[in-house]
Design a protein around this ligand. Structure first.
Ligand SMILES: NC(=O)c1ccc[n+]([C@@H]2O[C@H](COP(=O)([O-])OP(=O)(O)OC[C@H]3O[C@@H](n4cnc5c(N)ncnc54)[C@H](O)[C@@H]3O)[C@@H](O)[C@H]2O)c1
Length: 412
């Protein structure tokens, strides 16, 4: 049985290691204590020495304030941090008694592996770059149902990747595409995949902004027609206007690419524009919420503080970006979210009518996995409340409430 090691058992690494453990003998190490029923959590020495394949899933953090949960397009661009990856490579050199295949999963900007990492690893080991297209809340499902598996080596020779492809073939549920290339190509595929999504969401939300200003437009009629235009425009995913792109990866990847555009003197910065649009779209939605108060003393409540339903993470959250603009305008506002890992302004119940923004929608977020659990309110919504649904899914005839489908300005 193949012997696999994981360095970094965090939000991504632990679940991925457990998926590997359904097929292979898996050990793992983390600087923080971790537990698992199927992965043998042990020292770095044992993880390195006893594993033929070593996967690195340590953080490549963005600087403070660069996750997209507050405005950042006015700030100096900067690269991700590389210290934890460098540390993992040093540990591998130190404890490996035989040649290893070292696979970096962590997200880095194009060119990073060649410029900063490859030279650190002893030549007897092979270095592969193999990022994942995985989202929080569905890590294990995404791991075995990827759109593609990207594997990069120094030269991009497909023969060098065959063994890793075979390891994955035994695990996958959906027979994915295997894309091989150089380190730099795979770094680029991963980060431009994420930022393409941000651009797409920025575009559909721009149509939403126009719908609000022009009138007589339901944004869904427009985006559904575009989504089905498969001759020239891509498929239907991320073609529903609503909240902006969010999370631990996408906003920060755009923010970091601003730095790369400057570093390579590209001459323009599309990523700045995408992030700037995202911020103004959040500000527009914040202003819309304020307008709905119509001089009443109702507070504004954002229903969902984490960047999506069913997870606690507020990193890169579009809800908190909207909160930032409400705060700037000295508005009374709160969040309701039973899971949020940041409790600032989070309340458990309202007790009075409010303007409620339905930030979370489980179907929009998880529908692609086949998961069909219904949405529920995180707390009692008092009669007299105004509910703003940016996804336009709630019935408009909820007793005692006014439900507004944000982005639909049709009269009927
Ligand atoms: N979370 C995701 O959905 C996701 C998806 C795709 C890519 N990524 C990328 O994967 C990487 C890890 O992301 P994450 O969300 O799991 O981060 P995380 O912070 O949850 O986990 C990283 C883990 O590495 C450990 N660690 C830090 N330094 C270490 C060291 N020197 N040696 C051993 N362990 C160390 C930390 O204690 C932590 O448990 C990042 O580059 C991220 O961009 C994450």
């Amino acid at each position: 049985m193949k012997k696999i090691g994981f360095i970094g058992l965090g939000k991504l690494g632990l679940d991925c290691a457990e998926v590997f453990a359904e097929h292979y003998d898996v050990r793992g190490y983390d600087i923080y204590p971790r537990t698992s029923d199927s992965v043998k959590v042990c020292t770095i020495e044992e993880t390195v020495d006893q594993s033929e394949w070593i996967f690195i899933a340590v953080p490549t953090p963005h600087a403070e304030g660069y996750d997209g949960s507050v405005p950042s397009s006015h700030m100096e661009p900067c690269d991700f941090g590389h210290d934890a990856v460098k540390d993992a490579l040093v540990q591998i050199n130190k404890y490996a008694q035989s040649p290893k295949k070292v696979v970096l999963i962590s997200t880095v900007l194009p060119g990073t592996t060649r410029r900063h990492f490859a030279t650190l690893l002893n030549r007897q080991h092979q270095f592969l770059y193999n990022p994942y297209l995985i989202a929080m809340g569905s890590v294990k499902w995404d791991m075995i149902n990827p759109e593609m598996v990207m594997i990069g080596t120094e030269t991009g020779d497909p023969k060098e990747m065959q063994e890793l492809v075979d390891i994955y073939r035994a695990m996958m549920a959906n027979n994915p595409r295997y894309v091989t290339g150089t380190w730099d190509e795979c770094e680029a595929i991963k980060i431009f995949y994420n930022t393409f999504i941000s651009a797409k969401v920025g575009l559909v939300n721009m149509i939403q902004d126009f719908a609000l200003r022009i009138g007589n437009i339901n944004v869904d009629v427009v985006t559904d027609a575009l989504a089905q235009s498969t001759m020239r425009i891509m498929g239907p995913k991320y073609m529903t206007a609503g909240m902006g792109d969010a999370g631990a990866c996408h906003p920060r990847d755009n923010i970091a690419l601003r730095w790369l555009a400057e570093e390579y003197d590209i001459g323009y910065d599309l990523f700045d524009t995408i992030m700037h649009a995202r911020e103004i779209q959040a500000e527009n939605l914040a202003n819309f919420l304020i307008e709905q108060k119509a001089n009443s003393d109702m507070p504004i409540v954002i229903h969902g503080k984490a960047y999506k339903p069913d997870v606690p993470y507020c990193i890169g959250s579009y809800s908190t970006l909207i909160g930032h603009y409400l705060e700037q305008q000295c508005q009374e506002f709160y969040y309701v979210d039973p899971l949020a890992d940041n409790s600032e302004r989070v309340i458990e119940s309202l007790g009075r009518p409010a303007v409620v923004l339905m930030a979370h929608n489980r179907h929009i977020t998880y529908g692609y996995t086949g998961e069909s659990a219904k949405d529920h309110f995180y707390c009692e919504i008092e009669p007299g409340s105004v509910i703003v649904d940016p996804w336009r899914k709630l019935p408009k005839d909820m007793a005692g409430m006014t439900v507004i489908h944000y982005g639909n300005t049709r009269r009927s």
